[in-house]
Design a protein around this ligand. Structure first.
Ligand SMILES: [Zn+2]
Length: 263
């Protein structure tokens, strides 16, 4: 039997458990014999992760949910294999994640980024149930609350368990956020609202989908919000910006003769 290395009571993270990096964070939430997984990661590590869970003495038949934080390939590519290994578990995610996975949408899921030569296998995946804001997942006596936190992508969910927030790709320990990309359904205004919600909540710990867990720090959150506020008015993220004041300045200046002395 493998010793269980809990991060917090009722919570194991499989990269910490293995003491090496598999890919995205894979959280196992348990109470008694019941458990659920938040994201499974890539296909080539899914079997090893489930084998470790078996060796930690969790009955495989007691996996209640396979949870999808959002539909990105690095979070869910292994889900089909996990579903085969854990057939009684209900796969859950946001309705927009369900449709992206059912359609095998290779752009929205980042399975295909032609300009960077990225093309990975993405099996068609069926989610058994959709969940959205306020829905509760019950594992033993635990109640895990679903938050809809769009921004990185429209289907992004986070999950609250007491003082802990499984915060998905909303914010990482260094203040970075999940990729902002128009083709991915990113929305900077929605992202800011999701970050403000996390800032204003009384959760104490953030357990992100990439990198280490960390104590919620409102200064870090505010710095990130301020940065995204700027992005809304900058060309850096193209069509994700709400405006670009330079174009208004240019328009005003076009009515005058260009004067090299003034610029
Ligand atoms: Zn991610």
């Amino acid at each position: 039997m493998l010793e269980r290395r809990t991060l917090f009571p009722n919570v194991i993270e499989m990269n910490y458990q293995a003491r090496r990096r598999f890919g995205c964070c894979v959280y196992l939430v348990f109470d008694g014999e019941d458990w659920m997984l938040i994201d499974i990661g890539y296909e080539d590590t899914a079997r090893e992760i489930i084998d470790m869970i078996r060796q930690m003495d969790f009955p495989l038949a007691k996996c209640k949910y396979l949870v999808v934080t959002h539909a990105d390939a690095d979070h869910i590519q292994g889900l089909k294999l996990a579903q085969e290994m854990l057939p009684q578990a209900v796969s859950v995610g946001h309705p927009l994640a369900k449709s992206a996975l059912a359609d095998g949408d290779r752009i929205l899921t980042y399975a295909e980024i032609p300009a960077q030569g990225i093309s990975i296998n993405l099996p068609r995946i069926h989610l058994g149930k959709t969940i959205d804001e306020g829905d509760l997942l019950e594992v033993g006596n635990l109640k895990i609350e679903t938050w809809h936190t769009p921004g990185h992508t429209q289907s992004q969910l986070a999950f609250r368990l007491g003082d802990l927030l499984f915060s998905g790709d909303n914010i990482f320990r260094d203040g970075c956020v999940g990729n902002i990309d128009a083709h991915h359904g990113s929305d900077i205004s929605a992202f800011i609202k999701s970050l403000e919600r996390i800032r204003d909540s009384d959760v104490k710990w953030l357990l992100p989908s990439h990198g280490p867990a960390f104590r919620k720090d409102n200064r870090l959150l505010q710095d990130t919000i301020d940065r995204l506020e700027k992005y809304q008015h900058m060309a850096d993220f193209g069509t994700c910006a709400v405006d670009w004041p330079l174009l208004d300045e240019w328009e005003a200046e076009l009515s005058k003769q260009f004067d090299p002395e003034l610029v």
